[in-house]
Design a protein around this ligand. Structure first.
Ligand SMILES: Nc1ncnc2c1ncn2[C@@H]1O[C@H](COP(=O)(O)OP(=O)(O)O)[C@@H](O)[C@H]1O
Ligand SMILES: [Mg+2]
Length: 526
């Protein structure tokens, strides 16, 4: 658990400095030292600030040269040399050159037993260091080791919490970063390196970040970064990365601006890989579009009988017109005036039939959502043209009151037509059980506030009483024996994706109103 490489923090170094100062003063020696082994050297870690002490803190001496301390570390035993000049074994050790002929030292270890170094005292004269002094230095050694224990525990905890953090970042696909604007210095967590696909031995630069951004998003990112560094404001962005293998990642970046102690601007933030979330969203979006298409085709299917009838009428008119033309031509001389008028009728009827078919075809088509500026009245009229025959068949009177000062809305024409179609069909279906003279659907459009459009489809049916109002818009909620229950669910999704709202209200004196509002400045759109 200990880390022989753990940095000893400044406060502890300071405390140890005090300890060696006191040792030197109490024992009356020129040098009291804490030595630290840093292979291939041994370093003077702290040296007493005593008079005529030849050792300087941070000085290095090579190992394997017969130093006193080396023996202490090797044997892990205390060493006492009262007078090296009179000791065969110690006569030629390097400390003698500095005049240090006596030595008392103890090993200092990390809690796991690895050697940190030594604590020792040295003297220029012969010195056997009394029993009391030895005990004193030994006590100080124990203080040092207690500090190392605390240090090892802290760094162990730190390593562990770093490991947890790293694991959490990996699992959540979220990396962290720091960006010091003045120096351009950037630090990344491992997960940030992984997300951007760089080797974590590289020093991160802003260029590396920009390099990875998808070319289409690059200008945007550059602008954000410029603005952020100029104004010192937080930023929150989503953009794409283009990876070297050609794959695309979506990242969400959030950064918080802070000022460091020197009042320098720094951003601290997180970068989250949201590729998977975007993919699921895209799939859901497709599934919804699929469902909307099915719902539309189903609804149109219900209309087939009425629509066939509506096409048959102009076709019959074409045939009648053709026969009439032939008759006028058979006159002697041919009546060209009447013939021309019959042919014009034929053309009109042909156009009318063609329009019904192309409207129907447009709505059957499965096309990706398209946003255009449109007048919602045009959408209403197109739907009315499709359902009027069905309304007649059901003895329903269909009335409209369309405002002519409607603001344009931005939206998908087919989708909005589908909503209107769903609402009108529901209204027609709701009135099947009531008296034939009472069946009325009223479609209204008007301005909503300053810049919105509002559409209402009101009927004189049984209303919503007794229905689970909060479930009407749930998918597959239906009270009809052959109902699918997705019309309102799809409609609400469509309106909300246009930034609007769709709701149901009771109507006065009876019936139901389905109402939707659309903002005109809706840029909210997927
Ligand atoms: N105009 C209306 N009047 C009364 N009830 C309605 C009206 N429109 C919808 N509902 C109720 O909401 C339910 C769900 O409608 P919808 O989602 O279009 O599915 P479906 O029409 O297939 O039943 C209907 O079954 C009906 O009970
Ligand atoms: Mg329906």
């Amino acid at each position: 658990m200990s880390m022989p490489t753990a940095e000893v923090p400044f406060e502890i170094v300071h405390k140890w400095q005090e300890i060696v100062n006191i040792i030197a003063e109490i024992i009356h020696v020129p040098s009291a030292l804490v030595m630290k082994v840093e292979p291939p050297n041994i370093k003077v870690f702290v040296s007493s600030e005593s008079h005529s002490n030849p050792y300087e803190s941070n000085e290095l001496a090579p190992l394997n040269t017969g130093l006193y301390c080396e023996t202490v570390m090797k044997t892990r035993q205390s060493l006492l040399v009262p007078d090296a000049l009179r000791d065969k074994e110690w006569k030629s050790n390097p400390d003698i050159k500095l005049g240090m002929i006596s030595y008392l030292g103890f090993p200092v270890s990390w809690p796991d037993g690895q050697i940190f170094g030594t604590i020792c005292v040295l003297d220029r004269k012969e010195n056997s260091y009394s029993e009391l002094y030895r005990k004193f230095v030994l006590q100080c050694r124990d203080v040092l080791e207690a500090d190392l224990r605390a240090l090892a525990r802290l760094s162990g905890e730190l390593t562990r919490s770093e490991a947890y953090l790293e694991e959490a970042q990996r699992l959540s696909h979220t990396g962290s970063f720091g960006w010091r604007v003045s120096t351009g210095e950037i630090v990344w967590s491992k997960e940030s390196f992984r997300i951007f696909g760089y080797d974590n031995s590289l020093a991160v630069t802003l260029d590396m970040v920009i390099q990875r951004v998808h070319p289409e998003d690059r200008a945007l990112v550059q602008r954000t970064l410029e603005r952020a560094s100029k104004e010192g404001k937080d930023f929150d962005d989503e953009y794409r990365l283009l990876m070297p293998d050609g794959s695309i990642k979506h990242v969400h970046v959030v950064a918080h601006a802070v000022r460091d102690h020197a009042d320098e601007l720094e951003f601290i933030g997180a970068v989250m890989d949201v590729t998977e979330a975007r993919r699921v969203e895209e799939q859901m979006h497709q599934a919804r579009a699929e469902l909307a298409h099915v719902a539309r085709v189903t609804t149109l299917g219900e209309l087939t009988a009425a629509i066939a009838h509506e096409i048959n009428q102009p076709l019959a008119a074409v045939v009648t017109g053709g026969r009439a033309s032939l008759r006028w031509l058979a006159h002697e001389p041919p009546n060209l005036e009447e013939t021309r008028s019959s042919v014009e009728d034929i053309i009109d009827s042909g156009i009318r039939a063609g329009e019904v078919i192309s409207r129907l075809r447009a709505m059957m088509k499965k096309s990706p959502a398209q946003r255009e500026l449109l007048n919602i009245n045009d959408a209403i009229l197109a739907v009315i043209a499709l359902v009027s025959a069905e309304a007649q068949r059901n003895r329903v009177i269909l009335r409209t009151e369309l405002s002519n000062d409607l603001p344009l809305v931005r939206g998908d024409r087919i989708q909005l037509q589908q909503v209107i179609l769903n609402l009108i069909m529901n209204a027609i279906e709701a009135m099947r059980g009531i008296d034939q003279t009472q069946r009325e659907v009223f479609v209204v459009s008007r301005k909503d506030g300053f810049k919105g459009a509002l559409v209402e489809v009101q009927d004189s049916g049984p209303g919503l009483e007794g229905l689970a109002i909060d479930r009407l818009f749930d998918a597959f909620y239906t009270t009809k024996p052959d109902g699918m229950g997705i019309g309102l669910a799809v409609s609400r999704t469509i309106i909300e994706s246009h930034g609007g709202q769709l709701r149901a209200l009771p109507s006065v004196p009876k019936g139901a109103v389905f109402q939707f509002r659309l903002p005109t400045n809706a840029e909210v759109i997927e």
